[in-house]
Design a binder for this molecule. Structure first.
Ligand SMILES: NC(=O)c1ccc[n+]([C@@H]2O[C@H](COP(=O)([O-])OP(=O)(O)OC[C@H]3O[C@@H](n4cnc5c(N)ncnc54)[C@H](OP(=O)(O)O)[C@@H]3O)[C@@H](O)[C@H]2O)c1
Length: 259
């Protein structure tokens, strides 16, 4: 029996106070993942974060909205402290934060090296890479414990060095590649004390959200997933994980992505 099946059994069993955390739960995929996690009926409490927590609209009493901006250390510390006052352990923690482009500030994925700017690199790395792992660091004992726990960070296939045939999108690709290294490092670190800790990156496929809207032209309709469809695939990936997969990036179809 795989470790995650035993995690699943654990979450289905007599244990109480099972808590999940979805960072970015007002975003395209984040919102669909929150719904999927609630539907699973495995968690007593689901902490859901957004920069503007009033965007987390749910009638479900298990949902606890939390304000969190991953580019702000004070916000990270405050959100982690709020969760600590409400639970001792998290059993599922997902971060969905992602920045690819931003019309308001003219941030676009770079086509060539000459398009690189320090400020865009810093912004994209800050959201995609620094943010999730500073957040996990702040969570401390909420994720560092001996219970089964899954820590999943939304990554992207374009972060694969081995699979990179097109180039471009420098900041986004590189920030997610660096994110994948931190995933691997955290998997090794937590694995030393908790064999039931699984740390992974997830590639959701191409999903119809604000992030992908400007880049959907060449995507065939059957390869453009709705957020609900992708969240369903990712949930199946989570259900079938084994501890041997900890540290990897897994795509929506369950296949590992080459680093
Ligand atoms: N859509 C795709 O085709 C696709 C493909 C591969 C990978 N991904 C990855 O999937 C993840 C989810 O993306 P999506 O498609 O759902 O896009 P989205 O709807 O634009 O969601 C982006 C999320 O990032 C959050 N975010 C941005 N800046 C943040 C900050 N400073 N602090 C905290 N959160 C911040 C947003 O939170 P707020 O609600 O607070 O703004 C939002 O929840 C991303 O990591 C993305 O890279 C998506």
């Amino acid at each position: 029996m795989s470790e995650w099946v035993s995690v699943l059994n654990y979450l289905n069993g007599d244990h109480v106070n099972q808590s999940a955390l979805i960072q970015g739960g007002a975003g395209g995929l984040g919102r669909a993942l929150v719904d999927r996690v609630l539907e699973s009926d495995r968690f007593d409490r689901v902490f859901v974060t957004a920069r503007d927590s009033s965007r987390i609209v749910s009638e479900d009493p298990r949902v606890v909205p939390i304000a969190l901006d991953l580019t702000d250390d004070a916000s990270i510390a405050e959100a982690a402290e709020t969760i600590r006052t409400l639970t001792n352990h998290l059993h599922l923690a997902i971060t969905t934060a992602g920045l690819l482009q931003d019309d308001a500030t003219g941030l676009k994925p770079e086509k060539k090296l000459g398009d690189l700017t320090r400020s865009h690199l810093q912004r994209v790395f800050s959201v995609n890479c620094f943010g999730p792992f500073l957040w996990y660091a702040a969570l401390g004992r909420l994720i560092r414990h001996r219970d089964p726990v899954i820590i999943a960070t939304l990554s992207a296939r374009v972060a694969s060095i081995g699979d990179n045939r097109l180039g471009g999108w420098h900041s986004y690709r590189a920030s997610k590649t660096a994110q994948n290294m931190l995933t691997k490092n955290l998997s090794l670190e937590l694995g030393r004390t908790n064999p039931n800790a699984i740390v992974i990156g997830l590639h959701p496929g191409t999903v119809d959200t604000n992030l992908s809207k400007p880049f959907q032209a060449g995507v065939s309709p059957e390869r453009l997933f709705t957020p609900e469809q992708s969240a369903g695939y990712l949930w199946d990936v989570l259900l079938n994980l084994t501890s041997e997969q900890s540290g990897q990036v897994i795509a929506w179809d369950g296949q590992a992505i080459v680093p």
